[in-house]
Ligand binder design. Structure first.
Ligand SMILES: Nc1ncnc2c1ncn2[C@@H]1O[C@H](COP(=O)(O)OP(=O)(O)O)[C@@H](O)[C@H]1O
Ligand SMILES: CSC[C@H]1O[C@H](OP(=O)(O)O)[C@H](O)[C@@H]1O
Length: 402
């Protein structure tokens, strides 16, 4: 990393000017760093006509912790290459990457500032009727076309090697599958739910199922995942939906991407009990979220099924019984990973605004207990929930704990 230097706002301007057709040499550019994520610097660079682009740079450590947590800057390569690959497969729902510089670990990309971050919008009680359909297309297109249904063995292994991403995968392995199930110093547990967190540390039946999900995460390279499809990584409007932030990308189980999104919609569902005081408005928002969850899975499965039937290149996988079995297992995996996301966002290192923004602490604790109870049920029952309607029925009937 000899040429690497951490960008100032002036460096970000210079980088944008050197690589963007949108800017001219005599443009008076302005730049500000406004990143709010856990890991990187994000600058908005703007000219006097209001034209703007985003410069994202990987720091050699995790931003949320500091230099005591060193982290490879190769994550910028992974992010750029996954976004470029996914952008070719699903341009309408992937942020456009304009340039990537390996030495500086910096990416120039389109500014999506005219859209909203999904998580903030859901916390504000907003609804996006097209969201589930759009994300189903993104997930089905990117995951199918990078899977063994399309790539031959030689291509696939070269791809797996290119996207190994060991350091970022290790973060997920720890934060999703290890920390919440033991008394780990990285955990962030609100005092009021300490008894429920402790139960996780002694629940051997749950730990066995989480171990199975972790083993699959480590050893099931089904497709090139985004790797962190949470609602802070999705920009939305009434018409548009675009995914950013693919630095956790690698070849892993398809259900991990689908399940991460399901888990985030369920975190929003859980948070509504504490964010929305008006019962009718709360029930209406929760009904919207469950309807989006059903649409997401049904449209994902139907598009993936159509792609398997019409575009499978490997003859062994053209068998329709195998294809049904495959999708059924993706559903079970997705439900399990959704459960892990619910639990790790409630007691692990990285929390979410859906729960954190509940101001009334006792009510927040009830929502957190709901998220933990739901997460556990999803992990334990994932093989017997054979339709998405069974999952939404389970959610609807789960009582809000005291
Ligand atoms: N292409 C973009 N357009 C507009 N804002 C962006 C874009 N990419 C990132 N951001 C802003 O920067 C924030 C952090 O970006 P993110 O990629 O999530 O960083 P990190 O990898 O550190 O989590 C986002 O929440 C969003 O506000
Ligand atoms: C120390 S990384 C914690 C957490 O942050 C990542 O999300 P983001 O980069 O979008 O803020 C990822 O979910 C990690 O698990």
């Amino acid at each position: 990393m000899s040429d690497y230097q951490t960008f100032t706002a002036d460096d970000a301007k210079h980088f944008a000017l050197s690589h963007a057709d949108a800017f001219r040499d005599n443009d008076q550019l302005e730049a500000e760093e406004f990143g709010d994520g856990n890991l990187n610097l994000v600058f908005r660079v703007k000219n006097q006509q209001g034209r703007s682009l985003i410069v994202k740079q990987a720091l050699p450590y995790a931003r949320c912790v500091g230099e005591s947590w060193p982290l490879t800057i190769d994550r910028a390569r992974i992010e750029a290459e996954v976004l470029l690959r996914h952008g070719r497969l699903c341009p309408e729902h992937t942020v456009k990457v304009l340039h990537y510089d390996a030495a500086l670990a910096a990416i120039l990309m389109e500014d999506l500032g005219q859209l909203e971050i999904l998580r903030s919008a859901l916390v504000a009680g907003k609804q996006f009727p097209l969201l589930a359909n759009q994300m189903a297309q993104y997930l089905a297109q990117t995951l199918f076309h990078t899977s063994d249904f399309v790539l031959n063995g030689l291509q696939k292994k070269a791809e797996v090697a290119r996207f190994l991403n060991p350091e970022l995968c290790l973060i997920t392995e720890d934060l999703f599958f290890t920390d919440p199930y033991c008394n780990h110093e990285r955990n962030n547990i609100h005092q009021a739910i300490l008894p429920q967190a402790r139960e996780l540390w002694h629940d051997e039946a749950l730990q066995a199922e989480v171990a199975r999900l972790k083993a699959d995460f480590l050893s099931k390279p089904q497709a090139l995942l985004h790797g962190d499809v949470h609602s802070g990584s999705i920009f939305v409007s009434a018409k548009q939906c675009k995914v950013i932030d693919a630095e956790f990308g690698f070849y892993g189980p398809i259900g991990f991407d689908v399940g991460s999104l399901l888990g985030n919609l369920l975190l929003s569902y859980a948070g509504q009990f504490g964010l929305q005081e008006d019962t009718a408005a709360r029930e209406q928002q929760q009904a919207y979220l469950l309807e989006q969850i059903e649409t997401l899975w049904l449209n994902f499965a139907s598009t993936f099924n159509q792609l398997m039937q019409t575009q499978t290149k490997e003859s062994s996988f053209a068998n329709s019984n195998y294809q049904s079995f495959f999708l059924q297992q993706v559903l079970a995996d997705s439900i399990g990973y959704a459960g892990c996301e619910l639990i790790r966002r409630t007691v692990g290192l990285a929390h979410v605004a859906d729960l954190e923004q509940i101001r009334h602490e006792p009510q927040r604790a009830r929502c957190e207990r709901f998220a933990l109870a739901l997460g556990r049920q999803l992990i334990m029952q994932r093989q017997s929930l054979s339709t998405i309607a069974q999952l939404t029925t389970l959610v609807r009937h789960l009582p809000l704990p005291e």
